[in-house]
Design a protein around this ligand. Sequence first.
Ligand code: HEC
Length: 365
Amino acid sequence: MLFGVANVTAADLERGKTLYSQICFTCHGPTLDGGIGPSLKDQYWHHGSSPSAILDVIDHGVEGSEMIGYKDVFSEVDRLALRDFLLSQQEGVREMIRSIYPPEFFKEKRLTPDLFKTGESTSQTLLPENWIYMPRNAVGVIRVTAKVHIQKPGSYHFAIRRLGRTAVYFEGEEVHYSDDSKPKGDDFNKALDLKPGSYTFEILHTEKKSHAYRFHGTLTGPAGTRFPLSGRSLQGNIPKIIVAGPEVKIVRKWIKDLPPRALLCLLPNKVIVAYNTVDGSILKAWHSAEINQTPSLPDRSQKQSEINGTEISESTRPILKSSNIEFIAYESKGDKALIHSVVDGKPTTVTLVPQSDNSFTISIQ
Ligand code: HEC
């Protein structure tokens, strides 16, 4: 087993690396840390972190984005080599699956993975994949299974905030146990001497009474390596709503049912226009609107934002008709939103202007 996928050879990885540096690097960067496309080696995957989810994006692309599908471009062997190369470059926590179990069964028991195999604990709620933050009002025992990809050899240990009861199992073996109702000296913490590779671990955790779980931990390794194991609850003091201001605001947020790369233009009259930079169409528009952005993870959020407002239906129509549109830049100029593109080789600017209380006009130059 190498990095979570069976039967990967060094030749496969070399092949994947070659293909990556021929095509993918232009958007994802020579060291995979992003450019036009997102970083492919940070903690956050929009489309899932499992080998099959990653292969699915490589095969089929992401509609409405620059990420095309490579199913008809590369053979299956090559696409698998690309996937395995990406996986071999990962560092940190991946493929996290988290569930919350009703607390009663676990009362007064030492938390072990075996407890979860019993019939009493099958009523778990699965939490969203690869979303490290905790939901609000979670009550129960949380069980996290995940893989960690290690690149740097050396001594690692789990540093857990001492809160409630926490057990950590690494490759099936207990490596951490703490219980804040017991003296600190009773805690158990084992250092791990790790070689590069992929390992499984499991966190079992419960807190007494909490409206928002406060579990927090990291896997700490050589030379300042720190992999966060969980974030705090979704509740926080992050500004969550983007409202219209005196100047146009243009933002990119992932909104349900819209391509992730749509431009959201918030005009000063509280009209929001979602513009598709790929085909030059207006995807949707709303009046009396604002953007409710869910807690921003440092980089890419796993949860979509949403638009609160009243939909303006008639504006949902294509405005630039060509299959040859290249988006260049956007600009906010006072109360106007300017979107610069090249259409059939000709520089073109789409201008969105607020009109009365609840509409907008479009002009194309
Ligand atoms: C023209 C630019 C471009 C090229 C070339 C490109 N990508 Fe992408 N890729 C993107 C963009 C943009 C996204 C983000 C799509 C989205 O979710 O909006 C993306 C997303 C992805 C994702 C999903 C990331 C996630 O967070 O889930 C994977 C995996 C990926 N690309 C792999 C590849 C591979 C492998 C290649 C080379 C065969 C490649 N890409 C080539 C632009 C590109």
